[in-house]
Ligand binder design. Structure first.
Ligand code: ADP
Length: 461
């Protein structure tokens, strides 16, 4: 087992990995930017090193600085968390060259899955269903137009290097294809430095269902069940739950088997996620593979009882999976709400700033993963995630009730945040019935916000 792990991340995930290291008797070494001097992961750690200025490019994406700290402190492994360098193939290669274990798949696997058009192709050859669309990348807007005309509208233009919903455009009308293609391509060049695009049929009213995968260096691959991540704003997840209400046991079995086949086709090692869209008729299609631990991993931990970060570390150290597929059982129900410093009434605009006071909920079946504390100032340079509130209960309805009361206990004084919106969703009939798709939030935003306003008026009266 490793002696010392460098955690190349910040925020709640740095704290999450720190805890896993401590529990495994591994010494955690943390790094931070000048904007994160007061961050919780820095305060918890005995060994913390500043790696540069606030801008991510100068600190959390600074490969040289991170490797220098890792070598100087004698770390034998690096955990990249999610975001930042977690899906950077060159970083994974650089770790390998330095003789430091990268806790994740190899650079080659990250490269293969990181190009989404190429990943699509690989999945097609492995017999995993993909959304009808281009056979790999499309070169020009004219080619895209020709293809879209033959697939039929609506279509979705996507960036091969895309992420976080950027470089993506929906096209409903043929005459919109070329201008939207150019728009998506410029956005992709600006965000990801690549203008490689591909095309998919736009699945109407889908659910976003993903499967957690774990694979060891011995070639064993298991899946740890599904997560429903359909509650999204601007193609970004807000609430996740496991298991999904949309799956029958038979469909879950088939999707799980497809996820394992996908991971095997990619020669996958470590934790990964196979994302699918599920159409209203029960057809599912691969959309992408994420080659890292996900933000929403705790819901899977709670329903399977398996510590995924611990498992990641064990796998990187060469140990075999701690469970066989037969030993993985999804039990009970878990829901995660992302508590973000953002204003839902103003297009989810980020609202960093000082947390004057915070009270975190607790009690039976409640877990909070966070880097917050009273007096902490959220820097404006990074994402707006403040905390993940996760609940576990025997049934879905009990989990919803538990989430309602946990959200009621949560107090955050300071920046605007989305706690009220999450609470409204927990009371909304379609959510309670489990009757929602990826269009849910956009379709119901006005109703949900008007409920918040009624609450505010009542409070003032
Ligand atoms: P990103 O990496 O930007 O998150 P994804 O490929 O994961 O991109 O897509 C983000 C979201 O867009 C998905 O969660 C899903 O809601 C939606 N989406 C992706 N592909 C399709 C599709 N072909 N049809 C309908 N919705 C889609």
């Amino acid at each position: 087992m490793f002696k010392r792990i460098l955690i190349a991340n910040r925020g709640e995930i740095a704290v999450r990995v720190f805890r896993a290291c401590r529990e495994l008797d591994i010494e955690p070494v943390v790094v931070y930017s000048q904007a994160d001097v007061n961050a919780l992961h820095v305060q918890l750690a005995e060994r913390a090193y500043c790696i540069g200025p606030a801008r991510s490019a100068d600190s959390y994406l600074n490969v040289d600085a991170i490797l220098t700290v890792a070598k100087a402190t004698g770390c034998d492994a690096i955990h990249p968390g999610y975001g930042f360098l977690s899906e950077n193939d060159e970083f994974a290669d650089a770790c390998a060259q330095a003789g430091i274990a990268f806790i994740g798949p190899s650079g080659d696997v990250i490269r293969a899955m990181g190009n989404k058009a190429a990943a699509r192709k690989l999945m097609m050859s492995a017999g995993v269903p993909v959304v009808p669309g281009s056979d790999g990348a499309v070169e020009t807007a004219e080619q895209a137009k020709e293809l879209a005309d033959s697939i039929g509208y609506p279509v979705l233009i996507k960036a091969s290097a895309g992420g976080g919903g950027r470089g993506m455009r929906r096209v409903f009308e043929p005459d919109q294809l070329i201008p939207l293609f150019e728009e998506a391509r410029s956005e992709s060049v600006a965000c990801f430095g690549s203008g490689e695009m591909y095309l998919e049929k736009l699945i109407l009213n889908p659910r976003h269902i993903e499967f957690q995968i774990m694979a060891d260096q011995q070639g064993n691959v298991i899946q740890l069940g599904d997560r429903d991540c359909s509650i999204q704003r601007r193609n970004q997840k807000l609430i996740e739950e496991s298991p999904s209400k949309a799956l029958t046991p038979e469909l879950r079995e088939r999707m799980g088997a497809a996820a394992v086949a996908a991971a095997k086709a990619a020669h996958y090692v470590n934790a990964g996620t196979i994302e699918f869209v599920l159409d209203p008729d029960g057809n599912f299609y691969f959309i992408e593979m994420n080659t890292r631990i996900q933000v929403e991993h705790p819901v899977t931990e709670l329903v399977t009882g398996m510590d995924l970060v611990r498992e990641q570390i064990r796998i990187a150290a060469g140990l075999p999976l701690s469970r066989t597929q037969e030993e993985v059982v999804q039990k009970g129900h878990a829901i995660e709400c992302r508590i973000n410093a953002e204003d839902p009434a103003h297009n989810f605009q980020p609202c960093p700033g000082k947390i004057d006071f915070v009270h975190l909920p607790g009690g039976y079946g409640v877990r909070v993963d966070t880097g917050l504390y009273s007096g902490y100032t959220l820097p404006p340079y990074y994402d707006s995630l403040m905390a993940k509130l996760i609940v576990f209960a025997p049934t879905r309805l009990e989990a919803i009730r538990r989430m309602r009361r946990a959200l009621e206990e949560l107090v955050i004084e300071g920046p605007a945040n989305n706690t009220d919106l999450l609470h409204q969703i927990m009371h909304h009939p379609d959510f309670v019935r489990g009757n929602y798709t990826t269009g849910y939030l956009e379709a119901n935003m006005d109703t949900l916000l008007s409920w918040s306003r009624v609450g505010e008026e009542e409070a003032k009266a």
